[in-house]
Write a protein that binds this ligand. Sequence first.
Ligand code: TXA
Ligand code: MG
Length: 324
Amino acid sequence: MSVPVLSPDAKGTAEAVRLLAAGGTVAIPTETVYGLAAVASNPGAVARIFAMKGRPADHPLIVHLASIDDIGAWALNVSHWAMRLAAACWPGPLTLIFERSPSVSDVVTGGRPTVGLRVPDHPLARSVIAQVGGLAAPSANRFGAVSPTTAAHVIADLADYLDGTRDAVLDGGSCRVGLESTIVDATGSWPLILRPGAVTAEEIEAITGLTTTREMGGPARAPGMLAAHYAPSAEVIVVEQGANFEVVGRTGYFGAGTIRADVEVLDAPRPYGAELIAAVLYARLREADSMGLDRLVVERPSATGIGGAVIDRLLRAANGSRRI
Ligand code: TXA
Ligand code: MG
């Protein structure tokens, strides 16, 4: 059965709210990537997300809130520096991990003592959340696939798993940022960055006056950060701008440089800047697979701003796709 695609207007939003309130699942646009949402206080609805994604039950979900004023209903012992961070960055692409309030369901937190919270910066998401309450939502892709940045990506991944009578996709066009939110563990005395994103370490340090650290240690703290999660089937090779590279089978090229005759060129932004690259990167990774490429060569952007997060995802994609 095909799944309804709701229009980005009052009628579509009202239908999304109705389905969610009834315990359904709706893929909603956010400024980062599309999320597969269910009402966070409805454990049965949230459990369906795991089945649809094929996601292990111990991987926690982010709860999306309408406003910073809702933190207290979900989290305990929120520090002053974390409040400053939330006030400066929300709505926006930042997730904060707090000690969870006892009322938060184990289904949402994967049984952990913590909960991830974020106020997304997208008018449709905010309108739906304001009407139906906090939404638990992972990225709206099958477990192990690249995050979706358009409604078409969601449908390509999840149409077979969504129920046409209970679930829907709310079409909000292309996501503005294009990479998942920065995740900061705010349970300690300083900001511990679990996943880089559009909000950078420099910005977090300027806002909090604290030195950040970066968690590099595997999936323990933020399960779901495995390299393969960012990898298309095509082998991803990351190169410096202008560097030479080897063509293997059908090779695609995404970069700033001049066009070579022996590669298939994927549309790249001009100028080749990190923000513009982030916005289209996941669409291009998906395109590499739909084109049936064997190898995709990507030129790295400069590491400033969101460039650090772009490089993080590219290196994960490269590691995850390497067929040794
Ligand atoms: O931009 C985003 O963050 C998107 C949009 C939809 O909001 N969401 C997203 O969700 O990327 P997901 O589930 O695909 O990735 C969230 C990551 C996972 O690696 C998860 O393990 C981690 O956040 N996470 C969530 N709650 C956590 C917690 N309490 N402690 C540690 N890690 C947590
Ligand atoms: Mg994800």
